[in-house]
Design a protein around this ligand. Structure first.
Ligand SMILES: O=C(O)CCC(=O)C(=O)O
Length: 239
């Protein structure tokens, strides 16, 4: 995924500065090792139980901001992107790959919000533009309640998919690197998102699947996630 400001700049597409994040590294042997580390799985299993799937993998390379604040990530709940449940059996592990603070765009979270409902998400109306699929909670105002999560290299946080979180712009000249994986219990189930607040993200994903792979709109979020999921421990029971 490329940063919207940088992709409109003079950099060529192979320049490292273009890359905001790489997703779906589940077939890359070295990167996927992160999802199988006992130091990570020992905590993940407390949430998922013994049958564990890696659902969503990301290497996030937040680049230096080019003055348009497009390296910000709006406040959101990850469950908006997921058609699987139950939410209490899903957990994200997010590991800092270097010192991360407010200057290079650390995560900000709203403690306790994992106990609330999934809220409607859409693109924020940001003057400088917004990166593709960076949906945010509509009319978000709770900035005073946020806690900035400063971390050292190797620190890992584990969080619920309903926790409201986002990240700030990268004001430094370096990249802010982190690696993460959303894990789910394989014993969960898929939902049909039609008629829910998640319908907009399904339509957007269908558009991407059509442009990238020529798939028609009979492909659902469930199909896409079933394809991405990879077993890390136990048995692949339902998902
Ligand atoms: O790493 C970040 O800045 C935020 C990542 C995130 O929340 C996401 O991709 O859903």
């Amino acid at each position: 995924m490329r940063d919207v400001t940088i992709s409109k700049s003079e950099y060529d597409s192979k320049n490292e500065k273009m890359v905001y994040k790489m997703q779906d590294f589940q077939e890359d042997k070295e990167l996927f090792r992160y999802c199988t580390l006992p130091e990570i799985l020992k905590y993940v299993e407390c949430f998922t139980g013994p049958n564990i799937l890696a659902m969503h993998t990301m290497m996030i390379n937040k680049p230096p901001d080019f003055g348009k604040k497009t390296t910000r990530h709006p406040f959101h709940q990850d469950l908006h992107y997921f058609p699987f449940r139950p939410s209490d059996r899903i957990v994200c592990a997010w590991t800092a790959m270097e010192h991360i603070d407010r200057n290079n765009g650390c995560l900000s979270v709203l403690p306790g919000t994992h106990k609330g409902p999934l809220q409607p998400h859409d693109y924020p109306q940001w003057e400088g533009g917004v990166n593709i699929m960076f949906h945010g909670i509509q009319n978000f105002k709770d900035y005073d309640a946020r806690v900035h999560v400063e971390m050292e290299k190797g620190d890992t946080i584990f969080f619920h998919p309903l926790l409201i979180h986002g990240s700030g712009q990268n004001k430094t000249q370096g990249f802010r690197k982190a690696i993460s994986c959303h894990f789910s219990s394989a014993d969960g189930y898929y939902i049909d998102v039609k008629g829910t607040t998640q319908e907009n993200i399904e339509k957007e994903l269908q558009g991407i699947a059509s442009r990238a792979y020529g798939l028609d709109d009979s492909v659902t979020m469930k199909d896409l996630w079933k394809f991405r999921a990879r077993l890390v421990k136990g048995e692949r029971t339902n998902l």
